[in-house]
Ligand binder design. Sequence first.
Ligand code: PEP
Length: 254
Amino acid sequence: MRKKIIAGNWKMNKNLEEGMALASEVVNMVKDEYQGSAEVVLIPPFTHISAVSKIISDASNVFSGAQNCSNHASGAYTGEISTEMLKSAGASYIIIGHSERRQYFGEHNDWLAKKVDAVLGSGLNPIYCCGETLEERESNVHFGVLETQIKEGLFHLNESQIAQVVIAYEPVWAIGTGKTASTAQAQEVHAFLRNLISNQFGSNIANNITIQYGGSVKADNAKELFSAPDIDGALVGGAALQSRSFVDIIKAMA
Ligand code: PEP
């Protein structure tokens, strides 16, 4: 059975004290209230990963992650953070190619492919994001856009490497906008993505790869989204900044 994963991307929010309080609340609430099988991933700013990783260390189903990384291993790259540094701080997952990185920081698929390699090289799991803009969806080119993002970012991997990857489908028009893709729209894309993976890597790998949905996921739409056969969890932004709303999303996953 493939892994279900609910991840909270805190983006550039919360100071250290606030982040530690949020992580503690989530861990305690998950322990008390969640009996399901999903993994929970807290993805704070870099500066908080070490502290958050200590807070979650005795919860077997809660992990930490990072929002980005360098594609370089070490050296004269001022301001960059390597996958080994993130690993030593306790991170298990690293988001690669979030649409905000693509849009505001010019990250392209060829560069992201190198970051995926760096994450895998450190034995960590990339959460590789893909998603179309509103304009691309309205002009009906979204499947082509998604296919290019997946092919250029992931198709150079071998079978054991792709098995470590989590894919997050995040339509850009649904991120932080309050507009969620309908369950039918999301399911259609998730099935398309799984089929792409199947054609390249085989059906066994495709059936086991986790594909998360992201884009204005809230407690009141999570259950329906999670009922779709190809939606294996969520990458959550805004609603992950409060323990109650985030844990209610987790609880929507059986
Ligand atoms: C995200 O940042 O990945 C995201 C999905 O944000 P939000 O849930 O706020 O739309």
